[in-house]
Design a protein around this ligand. Structure first.
Ligand SMILES: *Cc1c(COP(=O)(O)O)cnc(C)c1O
Length: 452
């Protein structure tokens, strides 16, 4: 792959694909805007990096002071096809000029149907499927639970340690981490049960089948399969630390669900749409979920989410039981069709695997001489390093914060995550060039070296 130019060619924007700082960060215009933000926006809405965006494309975000920053976040795994993908821009522009909204439940339109057809085609499994569209990941997770309950006539929902499923009331009950997500916001929805998962770096390398057997035993003893509507799982956990379960874990859980009539729900909100080097993360081990929840990378930056699954399960709810004013908005649907076409026609699954190879090489080079890089993991363009105190595996959230801060100061947008807050996560747009990735990991390696 040509190291330069990929961004502008595929992302349609003539943004110079180079990191370049023309002011200190944040620059004066960002500082002015931040003062307005503090005065106007609720403080509960936080800021990772106090720099305001003016334009974005390829692997670069240009701020309001003219600084060119390298984007290793994709707005949290959303702009997989780039932040100004030309197909998405054209589709959105044409649809906005035709009409912006009718409400699909009032006067339907073909874009919604076409997105449902596309999702039914590309999601795992070749059984008969149906889809329903919503606005956010959390809303789609909630609807997957509604559908599973209506279909099974059961109440309980199982989720896992380190899970993240959103910030609405039901999904907060399903999300594991207290701060910042749950703290002061309870009480939470009932009938949500949490069991242990598979975390190879921190569970002594228990194999996937044994970790699944342990979770299943917990479910059978504490809940009972006959009371369980759905098991909801992220095939690679996102917010919780980019935790990839041991091989065999997901297939064993899916097989148990099939045998017991529990609806197996894959929350692929973060992992879907080529992010992990497969179209969907479930594809890696051939796992076919009963329902799959998608959002984030689905529509090139526009808000859209979906539940897709087995026709008989999706037909569980009564007519009128699913929906919402904006779900499957026509502009978002046009964007999704363009994003899916881009992923398929531009070979972005393969591009995610190239990114994996490059980033793993860069991180393992650093790790060879630095045992604070406890675990390097993830797949495709969803990669992470778990930082620990030298000489052991004690989580080091301070180091993760400091490295992120140093990278930010040099114009590299990097995010942290993990239950212990000690994980640096990398989610570049798949339109980023190799040259920008190399530059970004030079910055991260230098920051780690300075923080010894
Ligand atoms: C981000 C995320 C959600 C919530 O999506 P929103 O669009 O923020 O509501 C749910 N599940 C997973 C795995 C996520 O990463």
């Amino acid at each position: 792959m040509d190291g330069h130019g990929r961004g502008p060619e595929t992302d349609g924007v003539s943004i110079d694909q180079q990191r370049r700082l023309v002011t200190g960060l944040p620059g004066p215009r960002s500082q002015e805007l931040m003062a307005r933000k503090v005065a106007a926006v609720a403080g509960g809405v936080g800021t990772t990096m106090p720099v305001f965006a003016a334009a974005a494309g390829g692997g670069i975000i240009v701020d309001v002071d003219g600084n060119h920053l390298i984007d290793l976040g994709s707005g949290i795994a959303v702009t997989t096809v780039g932040a100004a993908n030309p197909r998405v821009v054209a589709a959105v522009t044409a649809q906005a000029a035709a009409f912006t909204h009718t409400c699909f439940m009032v006067t339907p339109y073909d874009g919604y149907v076409a997105v449902a057809e596309a999702l039914n085609r590309i999601t795992p499994g070749d059984h008969e499927k149906r889809s329903a569209l919503f606005n956010s990941g959390a809303e789609a997770v909630e609807n997957a639970v509604k559908i599973a309950r209506a279909y099974t006539g059961r109440d309980a929902v199982v989720v896992f340690d380190h899970a993240y499923h959103g910030r609405t009331n039901l999904t907060l009950a399903m999300t594991a981490k207290n701060r910042p997500y749950k703290h002061t916001f309870g009480p939470f929805a009932p009938e949500v049960y949490r069991v242990g998962g598979s975390y190879p770096y921190r569970d002594g390398g228990v194999d996937g089948a044994s970790a699944a057997a342990r979770a299943i035993d917990q479910i059978e003893k504490q809940i009972g399969a006959e009371n369980l509507a759905a098991l909801v799982i992220e095939p690679v956990q996102g917010e919780g630390g980019f935790i990839e379960p041991a091989p065999g874990f997901l297939p064993a859980l899916a097989a148990w669900c099939r045998a017991t009539g529990v609806v197996f729900v894959a929350d692929e909100v973060q992992t879907g749409f080529a992010r992990t080097g497969d179209l969907f993360a479930c594809d890696r081990e051939g796992v076919v979920p009963d329902l799959i929840v998608t959002a984030k990378g689905i529509a090139g930056g526009l808000p859209l989410s979906a539940v897709t699954g087995r026709a008989e399960i999706m037909e569980g709810p009564h007519e009128g039981g699913l929906g919402g004013t904006y779900g499957g908005n026509p502009i978002a649907c046009a964007a999704a069709l363009a994003a899916i076409e881009t992923i398929e026609e531009d070979g972005l699954v393969a591009r995610a695997r190239e990114i994996e190879t490059l980033v793993f090489r860069r991180l393992t080079d650093v790790q060879a001489a630095d045992d604070r890089l406890g675990d390097i993991r993830g797949r495709g363009a969803m990669l992470a390093v778990e930082l620990v105190r030298s000489g052991g595996d004690e989580p080091d959230p301070r180091l993760a914060r400091e490295v992120a801060k140093a990278a930010h100061a040099r114009g590299v947008i990097v995010l942290t995550c993990g239950t212990h807050g000690n994980v640096l996560r990398f989610l570049p747009p798949l339109t980023i060039s190799d040259a920008l990735l190399d530059d970004a990991f030079d910055v991260i390696a230098a920051a780690l070296e300075e923080l010894r």
